[in-house]
Design a protein around this ligand. Structure first.
Ligand SMILES: NC(=O)c1ccc[n+]([C@@H]2O[C@H](COP(=O)([O-])OP(=O)(O)OC[C@H]3O[C@@H](n4cnc5c(N)ncnc54)[C@H](O)[C@@H]3O)[C@@H](O)[C@H]2O)c1
Ligand SMILES: O=P(O)(O)OC[C@H](O)CO
Length: 325
């Protein structure tokens, strides 16, 4: 099976490394010449995944047409750029496995909806779950959801993308897999704020549980299945990113919790914290759907510069309600 990867960040590189197991050929498209040169000359992505020795069967390119005869393409550009990058890619009927976690600003579309609009003939799958790139690249045990509406294709992709340390669990709930991954990034910023502001571990656990309630309300309103939201791509990833400073979203929140501005925290990053872009569009999408998402609203206010004490005070001052509400 010939695998193409679009995106030479940490996650695209780690997935290329998984796909290259057993000596399989993989072509990775990156937009940075430095990434292409680093992978081809030194078998390392020194910009985004430094220190990991990559398989020599991974070939990098800046030419999207090199992906024209792939059996599947993993799409690992940041969510806000998937549309523009895919528009330039020769996809046709090649299955696209979407690995970005976010919602497109402006259009409010999930990444799958973006991909379908650009390449209506390409089958769509979503790969998502608790997956820090550096752990996957190091061969540490990891499990993901592989969602595809076409169950047969989903099973084939799940089988072919799995490796000994990389377990894929097939699902047909594409929206559920996407929504879990997009929403958890926003909630992870909130958990980082709790950490940065020193609000304690009780508060963090409460935010994870009530954040999961928000994710579930929004997901069900958008056609996701509850079991997907409670699975690897939803709750599993929420727990991971809300518990570790390795998460870019969590670490952004830590900075906000300490009183730094989002503009300052985002300005010196080469890597992407998807939740910062997803939060405002998720807030809009939730309002459109009539879904109450107070933690998402709070994260938006923090990103917009509201003082931490005001935002936390307002969250705590909300009227008491039943847990199921
Ligand atoms: N890193 C992880 O552990 C991890 C794990 C699972 C999913 N993801 C998801 O994968 C996606 C990619 O994240 P990453 O961690 O690989 O990225 P990264 O933070 O390591 O690198 C940034 C990436 O953004 C790309 N980029 C920047 N500006 C761009 C533009 N204008 N057009 C196209 N691409 C542009 C860069 O080329 C680079 O590939 C995100 O949606 C992320 O949430 C990441
Ligand atoms: O570093 P983050 O916060 O983008 O999280 C990376 C992955 O999404 C974890 O599954």
């Amino acid at each position: 099976m010939k695998i193409g990867v679009i995106g030479g960040g940490a996650w695209g590189t780690a997935l290329a490394q998984v796909a290259a197991h057993e000596g399989r050929d993989v072509i990775l498209w990156a937009r940075e010449t430095a990434v292409v040169d680093s992978i081809n000359e030194h078998h390392e992505n020194s910009l985004f995944l430094a220190g990991v020795a990559l398989s020599p069967t991974i070939r990098a390119t800046e030419d999207l047409t090199a992906l024209a005869d792939m059996d599947a393409i993993l799409v690992v550009a940041p969510a806000q750029h998937v549309g523009s990058v895919l528009a330039a890619a020769p996809v046709g009927r090649i299955p696209l496995v979407l690995c970005a976690k976010g919602i497109e600003a402006g259009s409010k579309r999930l990444v799958g909806e973006v991909a379908r609009a650009v390449h209506p003939n390409a089958p769509i799958a979503v790969l998502s779950g608790p997956t820090f790139a550096h752990e996957v690249a190091a061969g540490l045990p990891t499990a993901v959801t592989l969602a595809c509406e076409d169950a047969d294709l989903g099973e084939r992709l799940a089988t072919r993308l799995a490796a000994r340390h990389f377990r894929t669990y097939a699902s047909t709930d594409v929206a559920g897999a996407e929504i879990g991954g997009a929403v958890k990034n926003v909630l992870a910023i909130g958990c980082g704020v709790v950490e940065g502001a020193g609000l304690g571990q009780n508060a963090r656990a409460a935010l994870i549980a009530r954040g999961f309630a928000e994710m579930t309300r929004f997901g069900l309103a958008r056609g996701a299945r509850a079991e997907t939201l409670a699975g690897l791509s939803g709750l599993g990833d929420l727990v991971l990113t809300c518990s570790s400073i390795s998460s870019r979203n969590f670490s952004l929140g830590v900075g906000l919790g300490r009183g730094d501005s989002a503009a300052m925290l985002l300005s010196d990053r080469r890597t992407v914290a998807e939740g910062a872009f997803t939060a405002p569009v998720l807030r809009e999408a939730a309002r459109d759907a009539g879904v109450d998402m107070p933690i998402t609203e709070a994260v938006c206010r923090l990103l917009e510069g509201a003082p931490v004490s005001d935002v936390i005070g307002d969250l705590l001052a909300r009227p008491l309600k039943g847990e199921a509400g």
